[in-house]
Design a protein around this ligand. Structure first.
Ligand code: ADP
Ligand code: MG
Length: 239
């Protein structure tokens, strides 16, 4: 398993944000963590990334206990809604950044080749020397995807990466994410509150409600055999 979480719990004061969550993400899959606002999705993702400590429970990344590893040691890449690009750097410099601070630092020729390969993949190589302000919101998130993949992370974590964009652009980016995933096969955990988004891009969907997993399975299975009344209702509702 590329990611395994077992019995994760997290309280904020007396409020139980994550109430004993367990799931596994198989290597190479794109799995959606789907639930309404406040259901604990971001908290779980932050715990997996090592950005927030859990109260109890375990996180394993590619079979290794991650409890005592820093974010960098965990080998995760992430794309967040508000994890903005560096405004004073060109697109090329943004994508190269993670490689330039890597230890040991790869040779310049290797960095250049990797950056160009990724920008080609998201079809933005022609804009490599522009600044983020010169791109559209959708193009910027494609750069963010390329940047997150630059260091070849073991897993990619995405927290509502397209949430701030309008419906049409979001739709395009879904297709981009799926294409990119099929190209590089990086195990990805994708957080969203949008059922349609989850069902369109993911191999499997984990439905979360009030800090607990209601059901996990391939989209079709969830549709045909919802395990709980919550799943039935949530999948039937429209955003
Ligand atoms: P989601 O991403 O599904 O919207 P979150 O994981 O962000 O949910 O939050 C789950 C719950 O925990 C929410 O009720 C939120 O208000 C609460 N919460 C999250 N982070 C904090 C924090 N740092 N302090 C207090 N409460 C928090
Ligand atoms: Mg969130």
């Amino acid at each position: 398993m590329a990611i395994a979480v077992r019995n994760l719990t997290k309280r904020f004061g007396t409020f139980q944000a994550v109430g004993g969550v367990s799931f596994e993400v198989p290597a190479g899959e794109l799995v959606a963590l789907l639930g309404p606002s406040g259901s604990g999705k971001s908290t779980i993702l932050r715990i997996i990334a090592g950005l927030e400590p859990a109260d109890s429970g375990d996180v394993e990344i590619t079979g290794e206990d991650a409890s005592n590893l820093s974010t960098q040691q965990r080998g995760v890449g992430f794309v967040f809604q508000h994890y903005a690009l560096f405004r004073h750097m060109t697109i090329r410099q943004n994508v190269a950044f993670g490689l330039q601070v890597q230890k040991p630092r790869p040779p310049a020729s290797e960095i250049k080749a990797r950056v160009e390969e990724l920008l080609e993949l998201v079809q933005l190589l022609v804009h490599a020397d522009r600044y983020p302000s010169q791109l559209s919101g959708g193009q910027r998130q494609r750069v963010a995807l390329a940047r997150a993949l630059a260091t070849r992370p073991k897993v990619l974590l995405l927290d509502e990466p397209f949430g701030a964009l309008d419906a049409k652009v979001r739709d395009e980016l879904r297709t981009w994410l799926r294409r990119l995933h099929d190209e590089v096969h990086v195990t990805s955990l994708f957080v969203t509150h949008d059922q349609q988004e989850a069902f369109e891009v993911a191999d499997q969907v984990i439905v979360l409600n009030k800090g607990k997993v209601e059901q996990m399975g391939p989209p079709q299975e969830l549709y045909e055999h919802p395990a709980t009344p919550f799943v039935t209702e949530f999948l039937g509702s429209v955003n």
